[in-house]
Design a protein around this ligand. Structure first.
Ligand code: SF4
Length: 431
């Protein structure tokens, strides 16, 4: 039976598992330090709008990840109806041939197919199955599942108890958007917009603004408002457990999962980069620091950087106490993002070739997000197109040779350049 780490024994660092909604996000997650990525194919996967991978891109994604020593797990986690099963055997056999490192599912029927058709393929249980206790954990492990993604509604004490009682791998969500229902078991979207959250098409009505209607007064809407913008009564803050990492690591969790296959490469790169650096920070602590995991304080810059990637505020959800109204955000459903991506490095060099993501002009101050927590602030001296013609304004999609001061000599392919939001208007220098 797997145990929590004992005193005077440094724990094994868990895997960092990142979302890869498409090939570019996969490359970004790998670049910024994920140990493993997860994505869905065009069929059998939730997050219908995430882009997802066709067979050819899936091959490329697996190849790219494996070339960098990163594992790949593929979601097969729809709530399946009879017709969904028609092509399942062929699909599962294809995943095995592709040498993916595991599949993620929640449906017992799909599990039975997987055990029969591809018995050597590791099976991870999706959060959709809502494992909230050790008996449920034991049950799924006895069915041939090797990893359990635990329900987000668990406390640290409950995770520890499950760890003590079962030997299988445990995976815990550490970052990302939260549902106000048990992990996606929600009919709000289906009811209001005919888009089924359990088929991966949630329209996020929990983020809508609501008013109160008394049934005998049709048309009379009573405002339920925090301010003039309304009230978002179901709108949860985002999960962020960066400051709980020491205790999760000490608890013997095997994998830390980041939510967000629908999010941008800036989010994926920014969040993975911080959690990678945070785990590396913990890995180099002296062994005796682990005598008191709760006493290990994470340096502030990890949280400061997380807040720059875009959040609806942060909550530790159920991990220490049951969430109350302070874990909701009543004033707006929009994520606050103080920085925005401006370009992605495509080719390093004295003047690196970059792909523009947000309009950019010479004279602007931007910063390069290194792997690890480092940042390189630079000023754009000039921009040229690939033929060497000067460019005074670069637009999204343009490929631009970027001359900066100081020179961006450490920039490598897939690295992201960002700027503080509003910085382009505040630009004080021009060339
Ligand atoms: S409406 Fe909100 S709570 Fe319901 S499934 Fe969608 S994101 Fe989750």
């Amino acid at each position: 039976m797997k145990k929590e780490s004992r005193k005077e024994e440094a724990p094994v660092m868990p895997e960092l598992l990142a979302p890869a909604g498409n090939f570019e996000k996969l490359v970004t997650a790998v670049h910024y330090g994920a140990d493993a990525v997860y994505f869905g194919g065009k069929k059998f996967s939730l997050r219908a709008k995430a882009g997802n991978f066709d067979e050819q891109t899936m091959h490329q994604g697996v190849q790219f990840a494996h070339d960098h020593g990163v594992k790949v797990y593929v979601t097969v986690n729809i709530i399946a109806h009879n017709q969904d099963l028609d092509d399942l055997e062929r699909y599962l056999a294809g995943l095995k041939d592709m040498q993916v490192d595991g599949i993620i599912l929640s449906d017992p029927g799909i599990l039975s197919y997987a055990r029969r058709v591809v018995p050597s393929l590791p099976v991870h249980l999706s959060t959709q199955a809502n494992v909230t206790n050790h008996a449920s954990a034991s049950f799924w492990l006895s069915q041939g599942v090797c990893r359990l993604n635990l329900a987000r509604e668990l406390s640290l004490a409950e995770i520890r108890e499950i760890r003590r009682k079962v030997a299988g791998e445990l995976e815990v969500f550490v970052h990302g958007a939260l549902c106000i229902s048990y992990s996606g078991r929600c009919m709000l979207s289906n009811y209001m917009t005919d888009r089924d959250a359990n088929q991966g098409s949630c329209s996020h009505p929990c983020r809508f603004s609501y008013t109160l209607l008394e049934e005998k007064r049709p048309g009379e809407y009573f405002p339920v408002e925090e301010d003039e913008r309304g009230t978002y009564i179901f709108n949860s803050k985002d999960l962020c457990l960066v400051e709980m990492l020491p205790q999760l690591v000490a608890a013997g969790v095997d994998s830390l999962k980041i939510e967000g296959r629908m999010k941008s490469i800036f989010y994926v790169g920014g969040v993975v980069r911080v959690y990678r650096a945070a785990l590396d920070y913990l890995a180099q602590l002296p062994t005796d620091a682990w005598n008191d995991p709760a006493g290990i304080r994470m340096p502030d810059h990890f949280m400061e950087e997380i807040l720059k990637t875009g959040t609806r505020g942060t909550t530790e959800n159920f991990i220490n106490q049951r969430p109350g109204s302070s874990e909701m955000i009543y004033t707006s459903s929009r994520a606050v993002q103080s920085y925005e991506p401006v370009a992605v490095v495509r080719q390093p060099g004295e003047a690196p070739l970059v792909e523009i993501r947000n309009q950019l002009t010479p004279g602007e101050h931007i910063e390069y997000m290194q792997q690890g927590m480092g940042l390189t602030p630079v000023r754009i001296v000039s921009m040229q197109d690939e033929s060497g013609n000067p460019v005074t304004k670069a637009n999204p999609g343009n490929l631009i040779l970027l001359k900066t001061e100081p020179q961006l000599s450490e920039a490598v392919a897939h690295g992201i350049l960002r700027r503080q939001k509003g910085a382009s208007e505040r630009k004080i220098e021009s060339i």
